[in-house]
Design a protein around this ligand. Sequence first.
Ligand SMILES: *Cc1c(COP(=O)(O)O)cnc(C)c1O
Length: 370
Amino acid sequence: MKDSKMNIPFFPYSELYESDKENFNRIFEDVCSRGAYILQKDLEEFENDLKDFLNVKYVYGVANGTDALILGLKATGLSAGDEVIMPSHTYIASPASVHLVGGIPILAECGQDGMLDIEDIEHRITDKTKAIMPVHINGRTCKMDKIEEIAKKYELKIVEDAAQGLGSKFRDKCAGTFGAFGTISFYPAKLLGCFGDGGLIMTNDSAISEKISLLRDHGRNEEGKVIAWGYNSRLDNLQAAILKFKLSKYESEIKHRRSIAELYHNGLKDIDALKLPEPPTDGDHFDVYQNYELRAKNREGLREFLTNKGIGTIIQWAGTPVHKFSDLGFDQSLEKTEDFFKECFMIPMNFAVKEAEANYIVDSIKEFYE
Ligand SMILES: *Cc1c(COP(=O)(O)O)cnc(C)c1O
């Protein structure tokens, strides 16, 4: 190999701060010296910027992406016994949110692209089904035309887990803005990561918006009067100030991720042992590459080889799709999803991956299969 050994962690947590330290310190000092911690102007400004960015009417910063789902489902009126269809290839937070509001998560297959398998939705619909929860995984928006068609036919709601999809689009419409509501996570390793937990709910529905506004702040209305039962689930003003700053640079972040995805695609597309995600295109899908999840023959051998090369890789959800959590009562087999999980893993894809590092990763994978 021409390159000497590099050290490329799967996600460089300390770089999140180090990469723009002066600005973050300035924001910290500004917000804290104003004593502006909870529900202050920085949060409101961030929410307004997001409305423009997402082209959506209402946006609420909440404590994390999981709360976003729970509050959204509550505001949408999901109640005991209601069934929600979602892919098994998702984070435990998606089914947990349904369970925690009394509903029943119904797990479906993922397709070749890792997204909710459109062909596996309809036969899972019963008279208890209330909603479909597409999960816009890895920064790609699901085929929303197909999901909207099914939802319309059976009079189901669409509730979107867009935790991994900030700014991803299907036919020029942002992930999270198709259904009753959509959610985003600001977990540090997410597309727009803060220094802790954070999340957001978006909706175009004024009734749902009003309920979320109450639910996230103890049921208090604008005059501070308690008019409903609520939670404490507000995005910290300090996190919001940092996120507002990061959002102003987010377009170039997406560009960066798309260029790394293109580099991976061009470098790896001729290796028969691999199945790659779609490369960036100007077609129906505008992908923002939260992750670069690929499938590989002899995955474990490849991962070990890459580890020795100093390259961090992980398998999403630690390798376990939701339907395999038998302690939660799931007892189901999903063949396509299980096949997917025999081969899937992720290579570094984040703000810090440099072109030279991406080339080194490509060369290392090529070397393994030669
Ligand atoms: C990260 C994530 C969540 C939860 O977000 P938190 O902010 O960690 O609570 C939900 N769904 C998916 C698909 C995620 O990737």
